[in-house]
Design a protein around this ligand. Structure first.
Ligand code: PMP
Length: 434
């Protein structure tokens, strides 16, 4: 008689009762986690290079986060901020105003998910500018709700069959240095994309129709594409000159990931609004929009909010996260970890020329896998094989990219050298065996 494991039993149930549409990287079930290590229900160890897609920069079950959540649930789980207020919503709002770029007066709204934060940022910008157009970028990702799906680029799997999408969404060009035409210098290429961005407002939509430009300061799902500083600065300047709200979507890039608390700080640009989520609350559902007071205060009472938005339990976790970021110097640590990962990938590249590009900002690191380093043609299948092998052999690993040919590294920023070594040993096996 075949003995089935608990994992096999659960997998069968999962297939029976849970929709296929929610995909799974690993086919195992977590029992507990700490730092950058996850233990599954069979007692197997997994090194975590994914951090819940950049959601747990402070590490799994950071003792301070656990303590803060426990202390909060003993008092009140969630009375609903619209019904009766509570202290830590206000405390967190104040902290977020302090830690985000810019010394201007700011205000905050707290929400639940990343997509909800983006939706609200757009509402706020529309209400303020009295305009309706939304500009996002080619390869951008902003969520799965109707509006944010429309703002997202990757058609398969995110959009196919889910239309019609919200109107008044336009996609502008975003530079991708590794895939620039061979005949152009970097400077020429960046200048051309900036010119195309400006032309876009002549050929596609006028600035008088556009409420906001929503930009990831480093494209996440799109393949960890780091834009040139000049590009980001020109976009911000254009917005400023044309009464367009410039929104930095820092949902994946925020909270120390890139070596600064927010990625936009690398570009010496102060956005009008910032959307945050993921690592904000170390695994609790929480998101927010932080922005210039004069923009945030235009919406009327009752126009924004939500039942679960900004729950005390999630806020308690977020307040702990902000302290941990400072105490453990996690943005600085991100740069150190990022450098270590880069060195490891460079060593792999010497053996595997299909690693065409290595790019990073802090500990947001990626390698692009190509069929041929000269043609730079995407090799999605190699990436799928490597990720599958890793995800079956003790390493949680994510892919990215419009063409699915990018392997991305988003480990918790508290990952130890030993965990990094273990993770890379599995990755090397994955390259060798897949
Ligand atoms: N914006 C960005 C930049 C993201 O990376 C994501 C999630 N990957 C979202 C928005 C959507 O967040 P959520 O899944 O919490 O809705």
């Amino acid at each position: 008689m075949k003995v089935t494991t608990k994992t096999e039993e659960l997998l069968e149930k999962r297939q029976k009762y849970v929709v296929r549409a929610v995909s799974n990287g690993s086919l195992n079930f977590a029992r507990e986690a700490k730092g950058a290590t996850v233990i599954d229900i069979e007692g197997n160890e997994w090194i975590d290079f994914a951090a819940g897609i950049g959601m747990i920069n402070v590490g799994h079950n950071h003792p301070k986060v656990v303590e803060a959540i426990k202390a909060q649930v003993d008092h009140v789980i969630h009375p609903g901020f619209n019904v009766i207020m509570y202290e830590n919503y206000v405390e967190l709002a104040e902290k977020l105003c302090e830690v985000t770029p810019g010394t201007h007066d700011k205000q905050v709204i707290l929400l639940n998910s990343g997509a909800e934060a983006v939706e609200n940022a757009v509402k706020i910008a529309r209400r303020y500018t009295k305009k309706s157009g939304v500009v996002s970028f080619t390869r951008g990702y902003h969520g799965r709700t109707n509006l944010t799906m429309g703002m997202t680029s990757k058609v398969k799997p995110y959009k196919e069959g889910f239309g019609p999408f919200a109107p008044e969404i336009y996609k502008a060009p975003y530079p991708y240095l590794y895939q620039k035409p061979a005949g152009e210098t970097e400077v020429e290429y960046v200048d051309r994309i900036i010119a195309e961005f400006k032309d876009f407002f002549l050929t596609t939509v006028s600035p008088e129709m556009v409420a906001c430009v929503v930009m990831e300061p480093l494209q996440g799902e799109g393949g960890f594409i780091v834009p040139p500083k000049k590009f980001v600065q020109e976009i911000a300047k254009f917005c400023n000159e044309n009464n367009i709200v410039f929104i930095a979507d820092e949902i994946q890039t925020g909270f120390g990931r890139t070596g600064k608390l927010f990625a936009i700080e690398h570009f010496d640009v102060v956005p009008d609004l910032i959307t945050v989520s993921k690592s904000l609350a170390a695994g609790m559902p929480l998101s927010g929009v932080i922005g210039r007071k004069e923009i945030m205060e235009v919406s009327e009472p009752g126009q924004l909010g939500g039942t679960y938005a900004g729950s005390p339990t999630a806020n308690a976790a977020a307040l702990a996260v902000i302290e941990i970021m400072k105490e453990e110097k996690l943005p600085e640590r991100a740069e150190i970890i990022g450098q270590k990962i880069e060195n490891k990938i460079k060593a792999l590249q010497a053996k595997y020329p299909e690693i065409g590009d290595i790019r990073r900002l802090g500990a947001m690191v990626a390698m692009e896998i190509v069929k041929d380093p000269v043609t730079r043609e995407a090799d999605k299948y190699r990436v799928t094989d490597i990720a599958n092998y890793a995800n079956q052999h003790g390493l949680l690993l994510l892919t990215a990219g419009i063409k699915g040919n990018v392997i991305r590294f988003l480990p918790p920023l508290v990952i130890t050298d030993e965990e990094l070594e273990k993770g890379f040993a599995i990755l090397e096996d994955a390259f060798a065996n897949s």
